[in-house]
Each structure stands twice: as C-alpha cells, then as structure tokens.
Write a protein that binds this ligand. Sequence first.
Ligand code: FEO
Length: 400
Amino acid sequence: MPAINVRPDIYWIGVNDRTTDLFEGMWPITKEGVSYNSYLLTDEKNVIIDLSKSLKSDDYFDQINQVTDIKKIDYVVLNHMEPDHTGVLHTLRRIAPGLTILASQKAVKMLEDYYQITENIRVVKDGEELKIGKKTLQFFQVPFVHWPETIVTYETSQKILFSCDAFGGYGAFRGSIFDDEYEDFSFYVDESLRYFVNIVSKFTRPVLNAIEKLKGIDIKIIAPSHGLVWRKNPQFIVDAYRKWAEYATSPAEAGITIVYGSMYGNTEEMMNAVAQGITGQGVPVRIFDAARTHSSYILPHLWTQQGVMVGAPTYETSLFPPVAEVLQMAALKRIRNKKAAMFGSYGWSKGALTEMKKIIEPLNWTMDMSYEFPGGLSREKLEKGKQFGADFARLIKNGR
Ligand code: FEO
C-alpha cells in the first residue's frame, strides 16, 4: 500500500499482512490478516513511530521514500519491542545509520537482547516532551500494554495518540485504514475483541491503568499499530477496551458459551438437547466444537459471556483433551469469575468432571451442576439434558 496521509505531514506507512497464518506463531489469522501500522512524521526532524514485522520490507521502505529520503530519518520511536513492531529495525539502521532510537529504559536491554543494539539510543521518561519542529511528541509509560517496556506517544499539535498494541486489533485493511470510511466496521470490532482476549487479556489491570492515565489528554485520533485508525470516534475503541478489561473482575453478559467435544456422537447429541433447554429460556448461546475450533475464536466468547457449559466425554479417565486444552488456555489468559456446568458421556470410568474441576479451580469459577451419563443416549437421558440446560440458563438469567 502507498503511504497514506493521516494529518498534514503525518503518514501511515504500514504493512497490510494477508499472508501470515499464525500471529505470534499460534493465533490463526489466515482468513482475517493483520496490519502492522507504522507512522512517519516529517518536520525539522523526521520521525518514525513504531516499525513493522520483517515482511515486505522493500515495500515498507519504498513507502518511506515516497514521503522523504529514508536516509534522513532522525528518530525512530519504539513504543514496544515485540518483533511485529521492530522486525525491520536492523535493516533500517543500515540504511539510515544516523538515526536515534527513542524508547523507555526497560527497552534498552531488550534492544541488546533482540538486536545487539547498544548505541544511538535515547531513553525517554514518563511525560517527557520532544520538540521536532512545529510538532511536539510526548511519551507516556503504559507498562504491560503489552510488555513491561511499553510506552505510547502523543503528538500534541494534531492531538494524535500513537498507542501501539493498545486499542489494536487483528484484521488486514479492507480498503481503508480509517474508521469513518466504512459503513460497517463490525469486522474490526470483532477482531479487536479477539486480539484483546488473545494478546492482552492477561494484563487487564495495566489496560485500565493506561486508560485512566490518558483520560486527561485531548485525543482527536487514536492511531494504534494494528487495525483501524480511529479518527471519527476515538472514544469508541477506548470504551470497548475498557468494557472488555472490566469483564475480568465484574459480571460479564448474560449468555452461555458451550464448549464441547465428542468421540462417537453421544456427547454431541446431548449437547443439542442441552442447547435446546438453554435456548428455551431465552438465553443467548454460542456453540463451539473444541476439536475443530481454535481456542483463539472460543476465548472471546468465554470472556464476554457469564456462563460456560462444558460438554466432554471422559477420555482415559480424564477430560476429553481438545476441551481440556481450551480450558487450559482460558486459565492461561485468566478468564475468571464464570458460572460453569458440565455434561458428558463416560464408558468404563468417569474422570472428566474431576479433571475439569482441577483446571478451573484457580479461576474462581462456580460450578454446582453436572450431568455425566453412561454410554449412549435414550429419550429419558436427552430429556434430562434439556432440563439440565434449562436449569443452568435460569441460573445465568437470574444472575445467581
Ligand atoms: Fe503488536 Fe505486543 O506486539
């Protein structure tokens, strides 16, 4: 993509990535893609804020040259050291050896560890300002959004917050980088939620701290390093991130996520009966086959919905492994404070329920209901499953 003017002398120069299959080597983005947004500010000093993953580097450097001589870059602000924003750093320094890196104190060791860079680094302090001509940059520490070294950069004349991972999302651009050029930007909102839960949900307190810290700043545009540039309504994505972060400690929405797996169809058929019971109570339900759905897509629903209904057979005296893996990832991402229930078929031994309780024990999930049944199905068993689903739905609906 060519460089795109965001404001006078401020350009988007990122990479629109539609070829990476797995973000961070594990989260699927094959269908959705992702962007690595980088920004070029031209003034008495030329500044790049955040770089890109090492991908399509020729195109990336061409974008810079469209605007200014790449050799005349004075500063590179590294808000965050993760290689999706620093991957081209080595090459850029070879092309523009005079540039100075601006970063937090905590980034200094990371620069050496990742790139063996120890010189031409200027540490910026929390709240520090740097005049680059008509424009002034101000730096704010926002540790653990997403790593401990992370800062955000605010350009005071145009009131743009370059927020890096904060307020970002998956999703390659589908024609525009700006929120106001889409009739419907729900794709980006959905992908922002998936990104939030996959990447930063472990750090909800730092996210809320950052929002609190930045609330006194007049922000006209939020320019993150993934996803849409929010220039019509920057508050929209701030409010969304705040709401999602608050779900870590407050009740989520009154819906139920069914995560199930089935070896021979018995637990699956029971799942249909349970779902029928839930739907009959007017409670929204989403159903995920854990063996066929990457946890990346399941976690956002676990995060935003209050109820979790697990359907899993006992497998070798334990919880059916694909379902166990989803719950283990939920534990890693600190998806806490849910109401849960469990059902499933067993053959020669129970064990699934016990194993599930072990996994969710540190997560402060309440679990008072379970329905394990031997072998196959009968009309009576299915009717019991439907009632089981209805009972759980009432519990969610009534907030008990
Ligand atoms: Fe987009 Fe934490 O890097």
